[in-house]
Design a protein around this ligand. Structure first.
Ligand code: ADP
Ligand code: TRP
Length: 320
């Protein structure tokens, strides 16, 4: 049986954090053969208009993926904007997409409800995302829960195009990394836009400060505590195996174990998981040209695939 093609994109809109890791990136690193992962810099332009920051975060995403073990000999890693064919495909898909479908997008509605004045690009964000997925004939799209509706919309657009012009696009499925979003240090969903993240690459004092500020209740040290309502336990569980989780649960329920103790155990778990990646990250920071070469080679490979799909789509709808 042929391997299923995994594909996903991640926006360079801030430092990558533990929510991104457990929701999406961990699955990307675990599924690399014939996989396609890209840095969604066109999408990030819907929230940032600072060229230097966009460049810096684009490098940050690439270097973080490589440090976490993305192997460019197995998976293709590139910058979305190095394959401009996706913009043309976005147009073709827009012609078969109803306004109503886009108006129902939760992430668009949430942003508008939070006071963001929407650009046409923000409104059409899901169409570009569909083009990203369909251009590379993806089978499986590993993402966090907040992206599921976008995947459903992608399938709708592909079906609508296929029904109009014939079978051009393959329908992808999504795959979740965690059943629910990872919480941030303030208890809301961890997100770059809420300033409540623990960056994957945080370490030392900065990491300690963030972990120590995870919100907990005021149960006294001596009293038993409920692990199931505690964010510190929820974080620890992401890193720990069943036995370690059972031991931590017993600490909580036994009393005389404070949230401060649990937070120190969490810092140890974070250090143990990401220690080596931080060292590899330092290597890529010192060798940015290597990162650039990897992204360019990735774009060449990705572009060949996208070109083929776009040509079929153009022919199907009578262009050229
Ligand atoms: P952010 O909300 O921080 O801007 P992105 O929208 O760039 O994150 O998300 C990148 C990937 O990480 C997506 O697949 C998204 O679903 C996933 N993700 C983001 N935050 C979380 C979270 N708190 N828990 C689980 N997955 C998440
Ligand atoms: N919208 C995604 C996010 O914010 C990023 C993204 C862009 C993406 N294109 C994609 C994810 C294609 C999966 C597939 O996280």
């Amino acid at each position: 049986m042929a391997t299923k093609r995994f594909l996903s994109g991640i926006q360079p809109s801030g430092e990558l954090h533990l929510g991104n890791y457990f929701g999406a990136i961990r699955q990307h690193i675990a599924n690399q053969d014939d996989a396609f992962y890209f840095i969604a810099n066109y999408h990030a332009m819907t929230s940032t208009r600072d060229a230097e920051r966009l460049r810096a975060f684009t490098f940050d995403v690439a270097a973080t993926y490589l440090a976490l073990g993305l192997d460019p000999n197995r998976a293709t890693l590139w910058r979305q904007s190095d394959v401009p064919e996706v913009c043309e495909l976005t147009w073709l898909l827009m012609t078969v997409t109803g306004m109503g479908l886009l108006e129902r997008a939760h992430s668009y509605k949430d942003k508008v409800a939070n006071g963001i004045v929407p650009s046409a690009a923000l409104f059409n964000y899901p169409v570009l995302m569909a083009a990203d997925i369909l251009a590379y004939e993806a089978d499986v799209v590993p993402v966090g829960k907040d992206q599921v509706q976008h995947l459903e919309m992608t399938r709708d657009m592909a079906q609508s195009f296929n029904a109009t012009y014939g079978e051009v696009f393959k329908l992808p499925v999504f795959q979740l990394g965690t059943p629910e979003p990872v919480p941030g240090i303030d208890g809301r969903k961890m997100s770059k836009s809420y300033d409540n993240t623990i960056p994957i690459m945080a370490k030392g004092k900065a990491l300690k400060k963030l972990v120590m500020s995870i919100k907990t209740d005021s149960t006294p040290l001596e009293d038993p505590k409920d692990p199931d309502t505690c964010s510190v336990f929820a974080f620890y569980a992401l890193f720990a195996d069943a036995e370690q989780q059972a031991a931590m649960r017993a600490n909580y329920e036994g009393g005389n174990y404070g949230y401060g103790h649990a937070k120190l155990a969490l810092i140890e778990a974070i250090d143990a998981t990401f220690g080596e990646a931080r060292e590899r990250r330092a290597y890529y920071d010192a060798h940015p040209d290597e990162v650039e070469d990897i992204l360019r080679a990735g774009a060449d490979k990705a572009r060949t695939v996208a070109r083929g799909v776009l040509d079929r789509a153009r022919a199907a709808c009578g262009l050229g």
